[in-house]
Design a protein around this ligand. Structure first.
Ligand code: SF4
Ligand code: SF4
Length: 410
């Protein structure tokens, strides 16, 4: 007997849906499939029928709910205040309590080992660096081994891993009030140069950037896969690491920022969690509220801006990265059509749902290419990987911070 308690706790949220259809054209899975059960309204109807006892948790129901990217595009436009991510996580939490299959168990162990200790994550990143530099990657690609093992697509998503990582030990940069930088797992390893640039730009905007010691992974991947106990464990470690002060916590990955801002809801019984969540700022949100120490240098670039779902929908951040980029002389900012439609990255969705993710990737990349840009900027590592794997090589993908670093700090 499945315990429906987590899903039942979202019943009021489900009842808010008035079936108006305002969300359908923003929903990426509806846009590509045109099927009701692959849209927000259909998914809510499925969950409501399960809670009301009219439907069992069938494999079909699980598929439609598991296809949701938890991108929150529907939440953003819903006139009734439906919150889809909360509902989707509650469903996954409910499902996770059933006897997990071998694949899920393996994923749990791997996630637990990898993300439970950033030292483990760095070991994996070092192995990837070795693989990319040793010639093994070249051999795999050119002898067709990766294609044979059906790993070629997955491999294209990998960024080039640098040989130096950011290891938060309390090191600081700059002068002024302290801003604590959340380094994350992927951003401190595969995107370490961008995280170093984040500290430089925070310093150039008048603060002391601190890489706070003892911080851990944010827990977003665990929460999205229904492993809430592990997500809560990581959240408690971060509460301890960042302490009860009032310094802002600066995040350069939209997915991590959205998760950290969610700690108050994840740990409602812990008063520290709500206070922590209120200190969290996306790096663009923080910088837009500060004054740079000096004027930016000119950059002669045409830049398209991609809005990560966890920035645009989950954190409602749209204007700040645009304001920061428009302040750079010579930089021409261009907009991408269908900004609200997800690129298909969504954590590990592009690995677990490669077909739908591939369609969304092509759609996003075609929209980016149509702008005629030389550079496209994003604020999330998952989006970075997903769009760079689908774009022609003459368009460079960069983090917003890397462009700001060039203009203000480097
Ligand atoms: S916009 Fe909101 S109320 Fe309307 S169908 Fe979508 S989820 Fe339901
Ligand atoms: S969260 Fe995204 S994918 Fe899921 S139903 Fe809403 S718009 Fe569709």
């Amino acid at each position: 007997m499945v315990d429906l308690a987590p899903l039942q706790s979202e019943y009021d949220n489900m009842l808010r849906c008035i079936r108006c259809a305002a969300c359908l054209t923003s929903c990426p899975t509806y846009v590509v499939s045109q099927k009701e059960e692959e849209g927000p309204r259909g998914r809510i109807a499925i969950m409501r029928a399960i809670v009301e006892g009219q439907l069992d948790i069938t494999p079909d129901a699980v598929t439609h709910l598991d296809n949701c990217l938890l991108c929150e595009a529907c939440t953003q436009v819903c006139p009734s205040g439906v919150e889809m991510e909360r509902m989707g996580i509650a469903f996954r939490d409910t499902i996770a309590q059933q006897t997990p299959g071998k694949q899920q168990l393996a994923a749990r162990v791997a996630f637990g080992w990898l993300f439970g200790d950033l030292g483990h994550f760095r070991t994996l990143a070092r192995l990837m660096w070795l693989y990319q530099r040793s010639g093994a990657q070249w051999l795999g690609q050119h002898l067709g081994i990766l294609r044979l093992l059906r790993l070629a697509e997955m491999e294209r998503l990998l960024p080039k891993v640098p040989n130096r990582f950011v290891i938060p030990r309390g090191q600081t940069l700059g002068s002024g009030p302290t801003a604590k930088v959340f380094a994350g797992c992927i951003m401190s390893t595969a995107f370490a140069p961008t995280t170093e640039a984040t500290a430089r730009v925070v310093a150039a905007f008048g603060s002391t950037a601190e890489f706070t010691r003892a911080q851990v992974c944010c827990g977003a991947l665990q929460a999205h896969s229904g492993d809430l106990p592990r997500a809560r464990e990581l959240a408690r470690q971060n509460l301890q690491a960042f302490g009860d002060g009032d310094e802002p916590i600066i995040v350069n990955a939209a997915g991590c920022g959205a998760m950290l801002k969610h700690y108050g809801k994840l740990l409602p019984e812990d008063p520290r969690a709500g206070r922590f969540a209120r200190r969290v700022r996306d790096v663009s949100e923080f910088l837009a509220s500060c004054q740079p120490k000096h004027a930016p240098r000119a950059l002669d670039l045409t830049v398209a801006i991609q809005d990560p779902c966890h920035l645009l929908n989950a954190q409602r951040i749209f204007a700040q990265p645009r304001e920061l980029l428009r302040a750079i002389p010579g930089l021409k900012l261009v907009e991408i059509a269908e900004p609200e439609v997800c690129c298909g990255s969504a954590g590990i969705y592009n690995v677990t749902h490669s077909e739908i993710a591939g369609e969304l990737q092509q759609r996003k990349c075609a929209n980016i290419a149509a702008t005629g840009c030389e550079v496209v900027v994003t604020g999330n590592p998952g989006c970075w990987c997903q769009i760079q794997a689908g774009l022609p090589s003459h368009i460079q993908v960069r983090h917003v911070v890397d462009v700001l670093d060039e203009a203000y700090a480097k």
